[in-house]
Design a protein around this ligand. Structure first.
Ligand code: SAM
Length: 272
């Protein structure tokens, strides 16, 4: 057992490989085995689970995930970490590390391949903050059998995502399943310590998004201050007729629409 997340071990690894955390890639390494344990436990992983981790860093969280999961696939953008991960994850034969920008990865193909052997697939990640929303959106939009995503994000972002505030992401999460706030994580358990605290969120995904739904939600929020009538002009030739058919007040703004309104608009969009 390597226990990468023990502070002295992380320091030793960074020193031996002459590594400094890259700001560009949002590197803040977790140095608290208890937090790793809590994230792994809250992810409900068994040997029948295949886990996709985005950004393994030097392998602190990966170690905990690899111990519990049947299979672990890690996507890491920073090629400097190749020799480090080779060492820190050497004991775990169920791990594959792919050195690639996750935003360019063929996620659906990856999940399709994993589905042949695993009936439960989830994403667990301590997210690089510069790209949090893009990564969550990519997982949400994926047409694959990912069941849940457990992600560490900035605390204020976690609070926003789990509040009643409407955004394209919150509407999409409502459609696919639900989101919950798992726990707050102090900035002091990272190396280097970021300026703000973090939090773990969990998104349960029970169904996939459809193109028509994504189009109407993104279209509705395109210019948040405009009415839904104005924003729907880009999607429909006769937006007023469509809104009437869906019983939606044309003067409303995107954040005032309900999930049912968006589903009705998506049905209309399918007919176009
Ligand atoms: N999982 C490690 C931990 O908990 O200590 C590291 C987390 S660190 C906050 C984020 C990690 O994501 C870094 O290793 C960084 O290099 C990686 N990363 C950043 N952008 C990425 C991208 N687009 N695709 C894949 N990995 C990325």
């Amino acid at each position: 057992m390597k226990n990468v997340a023990k502070k002295s071990n992380t320091m030793d690894i960074l020193q031996r490989y002459s590594l400094t955390a890259s700001k560009k890639f949002g590197q803040n390494f977790l140095v608290d085995p208890n937090i790793i344990e809590k994230i792994v436990t809250s992810s409900d992983i068994t040997k029948e689970t295949a886990v996709i981790e985005i950004g393994p860093g030097i392998g602190a969280l990966s170690e905990g995930l690899a111990r519990k999961a049947g299979k672990l696939i890690c996507y890491e953008i920073d090629e400097r970490l190749k020799p480090v991960l080779k060492e820190t994850l050497s004991e775990h034969e169920n791990v594959t590390v792919i050195f690639q920008d996750f935003m360019k990865a063929d996620l659906d193909q990856c999940v399709k391949d994993l589905s042949k052997d695993y009936k439960d697939i989830c994403v667990v990640t301590n997210l690089p903050y510069y790209i949090t929303s893009d990564i969550i959106m990519k997982v949400l939009k994926s047409r694959s059998s990912i069941n849940r995503m457990i992600a560490m994000v900035q605390k204020e972002v976690a609070l926003k995502f789990t509040s009643d505030e409407k955004s394209p992401m919150s509407v999409m999460i409502d459609y696919v399943g639900n989101i919950s706030y798992v726990m707050t994580v102090s900035k002091n358990v990272f190396m280097p310590a970021p300026h703000v605290d973090s939090a773990v969120i969990r998104i349960n995904k029970e169904r996939n998004l459809e193109d028509s739904f994504i189009e109407v939600v993104e279209g509705a929020f395109k210019q948040k201050r405009k009415t839904i009538l104005n924003n729907m002009k880009a999607l429909f030739d006769h937006p007023q007729d469509v809104l009437d058919a869906c019983h939606i007040d044309a003067k409303k703004r995107a954040q005032e629409l309900t999930l049912e309104d968006y589903c009705a608009l998506a049905q209309e969009r399918k007919r176009v």
